[in-house]
Design a protein around this ligand. Structure first.
Ligand code: IPE
Ligand code: IPE
Ligand code: MG
Length: 257
């Protein structure tokens, strides 16, 4: 991993080596709180501040899309109380932050099996998405009750339905067509993946879309993740050579041309 000094970061950023799409697993809230002798929900609340910081840093650096993993398909397995409090937090944050996001020209999009949420929460999500739908600044994608396996499965089901209706032949199904039915189909694939909290796993996040994403793991717990930490990740990304199956020499030739 190449490390760059501060001045060099600015140069790299100026060269346009900024990821268009950053996807983050915001992990470590519970441990952050427990270390302070506080209930886990206090960590989730503190994590909201990190979200604000990263959203603003993305805006400043010209990142086009930021996807945040807020609640996985598997997080329902947590104690009922924590799940309930997380849903409440989601609702209050949506209510409180949406106007500010709108003022900052942010387009909000929620992906996941939202029918599992309360009617009230679903309504809030609809309001937020409708209010911000025409904004052309940062696209902020919140993955809530999202799972990579759910996403690929629901896309496969849509294709199967088209085949059953006689609108599509099985041999017409290719990667592009399946990709078009994924929840984040209209967005570029993530260039940079960040996971805070020290675990080095994907935990059923964007399985299909992460095929060629650069992965970055940090031990920093999500509530401690700040602009400086985010810039460290950008710096790491800027120093990498993405080969997409080709050789390093081929990539250099194209870059030098
Ligand atoms: C991530 O933090 C937030 C959610 C999954 C909602 P955790 O709650 O997983 O924090 P740790 O991993 O227990 O520290
Ligand atoms: C992944 O974190 C999900 C979110 C951050 C929303 P988890 O804390 O649920 O992941 P595991 O269980 O440690 O793999
Ligand atoms: Mg965790």
């Amino acid at each position: 991993m190449t490390q760059y000094r501060d001045t060099e970061l600015n140069e790299l950023l100026a060269q346009g080596r900024i990821p268009r799409h950053v996807a983050i697993i915001m992990d470590g809230n519970g441990r952050w709180a427990r270390r302070r002798g506080m209930p886990r929900i206090a960590g989730h609340r503190a994590g909201v501040e990190s979200v604000r910081r990263v959203v603003s840093a993305c805006g400043d650096h010209g990142v086009e899309v930021l996807t945040l993993f807020a609640f996985s398909s598997e997080n329902w397995k947590r104690p009922q109380q924590e799940v309930g409090l997380l849903m409440e937090l989601f609702l209050t944050v949506l209510k409180k932050e949406v106007k500010k996001l709108h003022r900052n020209n942010v387009r909000l999009k929620v992906v996941g099996a939202r029918e599992a949420f309360s009617e009230k929460l679903q309504e809030r999500i609809r309001i937020a998405e409708n209010l911000t739908r025409d904004n052309d600044g940062l696209t902020l994608v919140i993955a809530a009750n999202y799972g990579g396996r759910w996403d690929v499965t629901q896309a496969a089901r849509q294709l199967a339905e088209q085949v059953a209706r006689g609108e599509l032949k099985p041999e017409q199904i290719d990667e592009r067509r399946l990709g078009e039915h994924l929840a984040v189909a209209d967005l570029p694939e993530p260039d940079l993946f960040i996971r805070t909290g020290g675990e080095q796993r994907i935990s059923n996040f964007l399985l299909w879309q992460l095929a060629y994403t650069e992965l970055y793991f940090t031990d920093v717990l999500w509530p401690d993740f700040d602009r400086e930490q985010f810039e460290l990740a950008l710096r790491s990304f800027a120093g990498r050579q993405r080969r997409f199956g080709r050789t390093g020499e081929q990539v250099e030739r194209v870059a030098g041309a």
